[in-house]
Ligand binder design. Sequence first.
Ligand code: MN
Length: 730
Amino acid sequence: METDKKVTINDLITQCKTYLHKDKNIEIIEKAYEFAKKYHEGQFRKSGDPYIQHPLEVAYMISQYEASPQTVCAGLLHDVLEDTEATKEDIINEFGEDIYSIVDGVTKISKLKYMTKERALAKTHQKILLAMAKDIRVVLVKLLDRVHNMRTLMYQSEEKQVRISQETLDLYAPLAHRLGMYRIKAELEDTAFKYINPQEYERITKVLYDQKDARNEDIENMKSQISQILSDSNIKTFEIKGRIKNIFSINKKMTNKGLTMEQIYDFMALRVIVPTIADCYMAMGLIHAHYNPLPGRFKDYIATPKPNLYQSLHTTVLGIGGKIFEIQIRTFDMDAVAEYGIAAHYNYKESNSSYTPAKEQEELSTKLKWYHDLLGYVESDDNDEDPLNNIKEDIFSASVYVFTPKGDVLDFPNGSTPLDFAYRVHTEVGNHTVGAIVNGRIVNLTYRLKTGDIVEIKTNKNFNGPSESWLKIVKTSHAKNKIGNVLNKRMRDELVLAGKDDFERELKLENEVLKLDDKLIKDNFSKSNIFSIEDFYYEIGKGTMSSKAAINKLLCKNEKVTEDTIIKHYEDKKDIIHHHNNDSVIYVEGLPKAQVKLANCCCPVYGDEITGYVSKGNGIVVHRAECHNIKNSQEERFIDVYWDDAAKTKTYNSILYIYSFDRRNIVAEMINIVNGINNVNISSMSSSKDRNGELVTKMKITVNSIDTINLVKVNLKKISDVYKVSRIIK
Ligand code: MN
């Protein structure tokens, strides 16, 4: 229906009656019309038409797709929630939950803020749109709503024409393409193109028009020749059509392939439609037998359908008069899918007497499984990416999209909770969360977020923060890390207090008096990375240093208790300490010439707290004190080791694991930051995504000391979206 003739309610009813035969189905459509007309009373379109004309046109197009009466009703009602006084309750009371849910879905999509400035986000928007729509009926209504709005765009201001056309090209045409709705896609693209590039549009349509007669003759001749060829064979029923020209795609071909209009238009197009798949291949063989096929142009989309279910054989041949013809061959069913896409599978079957909403739901969900897979195709199917990868990734990181009260969209891995949301908004919001409100109702913090939810977080400044149990509730590693930080900090605070108690008790027992300050501590313990009183108490609280040893050291009562231990090691391990290592950066007390090696697992660097481990046959291997690999090793094999003065001038290998969100340019930012720091070199880097779609970057660097590593860590954490930098993998 591309004429100027305005659709009337009688046209709609007549069209519906071609496939709906039950009175109640027609009655509810009439009722929806009266309802919408009443609520839109007094409203007008920019064209001057009463508003009801718009939903009427949309409903009419829906009925041409032979959609269910519910969908036709939703088409009539699609603007009443947004633009009139009608309420959710009004619609549910009059038409039931099902029709309401379609109208609600369409309304929600319309509210989605789309910013043309951020074209890069178009793919995300397409995904959000699909995820929100879920129900194919919602997409159908929304796409046809857009078709009618594009048809009447001439009544809008120039600014609006361009903005809406751009949105149509970025969002709705690709959506129609992804769903295989070729007709809608072509119309949306061509209309939008007319407003965005009027000169080029004019030029192409003019060439098309001027050559129409000559071309029509060629096409007609070719058609009758092929008809004759098929009639002479066993294929008795067939149809041959010329093809609809998509002006936008002609222009795209010209710009992408650097071809002229004439070069593209030289290709004439025919479509041959036959009853069965076997007929398709037979027709192909017959055509190739009569006309020379151009090499490399044959494509079998019957054996391997496109992701949007498109099936067809494509070939290009030299036809009559040496002219080039592109020929598509397919069955009648395939042709319906190619024109109407997913909607061709969805036409409503009234004859099914056992129809129930539950049955429809079941039928829908089997389709939705397929539909869900389709969501994985973020890119158009023209690229060479492996579509299977897309599907896999989509299943693993299936996302939900939720709204902030301001209408911003945030995406989360499936299974996320309001706490994940809270930590994404801000760490302080997360730490002070006391409750959550979803869609206006209070929910438990374990509630699983669903696409389309509007989430609001209740905080209380006096709330004392997360507990251990929160770690089990949250889904994102981001939130887990933030909660872990608070818990660690809290544990540290407790250990500091315990260490202080212990130290003071010991001091009393020894009958000593000591006035501690940060400088005194630093002077005595900086070699062990203890720089403040707090650090000092913390080490005692943890048990890595005894109060007694600390007091001895501070009072210079340090006796050489370690000598015996070393000699014992010497006795045990005579064989390994004959090796000399003059280049050593490690000093082993009592054994200046010992063979020493830095462990590869934890990569100690100058300044790290270290411990020596007497290995079997490998000399003394120096690990970082916190290395997991030596946690359960035999105690008698440990030996005290220290950094030698020579260690200050050497460089060391180290590995950092950087945890972040996966966004554009983040790895480049990491490299820039690290390159800006003195005494660091990046030797290699690799990034991978974890199950939640978050990025883990492994960076190998060479540094001269722990101070440099700390500097690198602090600076990397300043990058927004980096939330953890660690020397060990979590
Ligand atoms: Mn509308």
